[in-house]
Design a protein around this ligand. Structure first.
Ligand SMILES: NC(=O)c1ccc[n+]([C@@H]2O[C@H](COP(=O)([O-])OP(=O)(O)OC[C@H]3O[C@@H](n4cnc5c(N)ncnc54)[C@H](O)[C@@H]3O)[C@@H](O)[C@H]2O)c1
Length: 262
């Protein structure tokens, strides 16, 4: 496999297990020569789960630190620790989201309380800005880099059950554009991959997805569901020099589902 990312290193945030989009992204980045550092949600069980998934990628002694992205001091701490241990920061992968499961049920958007609405935006969207700010000095010193986050079609159109997460994803996509416009002068690119439905811990919290895979297989232009490696490949392209002219974009990797009108 071509060494598109030889000599590049960065942080991957969002591996819960081997099904996580972040896992597929890290696998592809690593296969193309990148060095990845990782975080896990605080707690022994979470650490064990993330470590096992990273080990399964063939990385026996990963750089792995706890991070609750809802806490500014933890974000700053992780990026400072990374900067001590790695000479360059070429990419940051943001692959996290959170909203209360009860609010992700069909017909329940209107029940969303203020606090939960704000917390979904906080963890799922604001954190991109916080990661970008923490990454900026080292990325600038590295001559630029690539910040990448994961979104979904429910940011743009109503997908039953996606509810407050759709609002958070719209905010995430817009946050990426503003960051891209401010960070471009330092060679930092900020992009979004809008991934198709993939069965993961996070997506299983969304109601109304029961028949999603069958429907996509029938309707998608490519007549199949998206695979983690599809997103991994696009992330690799964006993090590599092949993507050097792309910033502020939301790129769909969904087997074409988003182009359909009916
Ligand atoms: N699975 C899909 O169908 C799909 C489609 C499009 C976009 N996405 C997006 O992809 C990203 C990854 O989700 P996934 O589907 O791989 O599920 P996942 O459950 O494997 O990953 C979600 C991650 O978010 C992390 N997280 C939640 N709250 C956090 C916090 N406070 N601090 C740090 N980390 C926190 C979890 O630990 C987990 O690792 C999310 O942004 C999700 O919205 C998923």
């Amino acid at each position: 496999m071509a060494n598109l990312l030889a000599g590049k290193s960065g942080i991957v945030i969002g591996i819960a297990n081997e099904r996580s989009y972040a896992w597929h992204i890290a696998k592809s980045l690593t296969e193309h020569g990148a060095t990845c550092a990782f975080t896990h949600l605080p707690g022994e069980r979470n650490e064990h789960r993330t470590r096992r998934a990273v080990n399964a990628m063939g990385l026996e002694q990963p750089w792995l630190r706890p991070l609750d992205a809802g806490k500014d001091e933890e974000i700053e701490g992780v990026f400072a620790a990374y900067a001590k241990d790695f000479p360059r920061l070429d990419f940051v992968i943001h692959s996290i989201a959170f909203a209360e499961r009860d609010l992700l049920q069909v017909g329940k958007f209107i029940t969303t309380p203020r606090a939960q609405y704000l917390s979904a935006i906080d963890i799922s969207a604001y954190t991109l800005l916080a990661f970008a700010r923490a990454a900026q000095p080292q990325m600038k010193a590295s001559g630029g880099g690539c910040i990448l986050a994961m979104s979904y079609y429910g940011a743009e159109k109503v997908v039953p059950g996606y509810n407050v997460m759709g609002v958070a994803k719209a905010s995430l996509e817009c946050t990426a554009r503003y960051l891209a416009s401010e960070m471009g002068q330092d060679g930092v690119r900020v992009n979004i991959i809008s991934g198709g439905y993939l069965r993961t811990l996070a997506s299983s919290a969304v109601g109304g997805t029961g028949s999603m895979e069958e429907e996509v297989e029938k309707r998608a232009p490519l007549r199949r569901n998206v695979e983690g490696s599809d997103v991994g490949g696009t992330a690799t392209f964006l993090c590599s020099d092949l993507g050097k002219g792309v910033t502020g974009e939301t790129i769909y990797v969904d087997c074409g589902v988003n182009i359909l009108g009916a």
